[in-house]
Design a protein around this ligand. Sequence first.
Ligand code: SAH
Ligand code: SF4
Ligand code: F3S
Length: 477
Amino acid sequence: MLDVLTQKVHDEARQGEAFAPFINDPAQYQKKFYIESYGCQMNFSDSEIVASILQDAGFGATRDCAEADLILLNTCSIREKAEQTVRKRLTEFRKIKVANPGLLVGVLGCMAERIKSKLLEEEQLVDIVVGPDAYRSLPGLIEEAEGGQKAVNVLLSREETYADISPVRLNSNGVSGFVSIMRGCNNMCTFCVVPFTRGRERSRNAFSIVKECRDLFDRGYKEVTLLGQNVDSYYFTPEATDNNARRDTVTFASLLEMVAKISPLLRVRFSTSHPKDITDDVLYVIAKYKNICKYIHLPVQSGSTRILQMMNRTYTREWYMAKINRIREIIPGCGISSDIIAGFCTETEEDHQATLSLMEYSGYDLSYMFFYSERPGTLAQRRYKDDIPETVKKRRLQEIVNLQNRLSRESNEKDLGKTFEVLIEGNSKKSDQDWMGRTSQNKVIVFSKNGAYCNKGDYVNVKVTDCTKATLLGEIV
Ligand code: SAH
Ligand code: SF4
Ligand code: F3S
């Protein structure tokens, strides 16, 4: 739908993209695991925790599933299609298992949590099922499975944040890293399966977050993205045991500030903000620190107050507009993006038009757009009929996509002639003669390496000379 590069850092998997990691020298380990991740960036970040737990248990990672002793799929349940993709992938692994009967196959993540042990009946080749809060038990479960038992742990926790585990950075570009700051979600949007698959919201110890960010910076990283389903409700009260003089409660605004202070050379991003929870305090902190990126992902879902109410989003159209105004007032030039669902239960043409007009009002730089997919067990599935025909859902979605394409192009055209500070992430996809980087506003910019000595991870000033709807093109000044 949209530019793949733009999606990548924000949220790979909304595109249903999987990744197979590299890691360190697999030769030093007796056994090898292969892991593929689907879903949101938090799932990708969890795979890095899983990799760390497995390494400690003597497993090295491999990129080649054919040579693995253990294949893991870290799965997503957000839409039906996400689950179908995983099932299809499992079918493909069946062939490898026939060739190698000792191979173990494990399903992790949200689909494991949603379907639980029934997954073992439905997918005969699966040996291990582990939910998002039970990854510490993986080594034990693998042992059970090696002994011929099917092994399941889908217990959700009120405390688990994996705070003490140092993630093994999978497939990282060495410039930007993702840091999980909280888990779960208490919001109960009626369409959403996440509260059921990820459990109650809990915030990770602020000092362990800062430490992880500082470690990344010390290892040469230049950007951290703080991750949570609802980062603005981050809330942490230090205990007497925390080795720090500070005893004040840490809110998201103060956490942002703590991370921003690590170094002016470390960019700070975050995702996702719920419109009801993002406070002026957060906006003022973003405005105050140059290294906190001027970009907010603020999913609206729908532009109709009636639909928003049915979705239990707890804000109205007008309230959302006021929030957009507030962002534009406090952080001039801030990039704003959104998530939008087309064809939620009972949605009329009028509701749909309200979504289009709110998109126009907000002038999003980017949106992630979906048609409604009913999920078993959610409030919407229990309360409402999924009554919009698929053809209508798809037509409305197409109109939303078309409008966003125009808004993205207009937003990029406004940048022509301007100069931005860009963090270089690596070679451009198309040519190793060009760099690819991002502006603070999270726009991807491609520019020639010609005539300037710089490297991946450097900051450079780039003047925008041209653009497409997805990418800025420029030259170093
Ligand atoms: N916590 C984030 C989003 C998590 S899921 C937030 O509150 O914004 C990412 C996006 O997937 C959601 O914003 C929503 O737009 C979409 N989504 C969630 N459930 C869906 C469903 N049942 N059908 C279609 N899209 C859905
Ligand atoms: Fe789902 Fe809503 Fe929580 Fe986001 S805030 S994860 S959409 S329940
Ligand atoms: Fe998917 Fe679970 Fe994330 S359902 S979007 S992987 S929290």
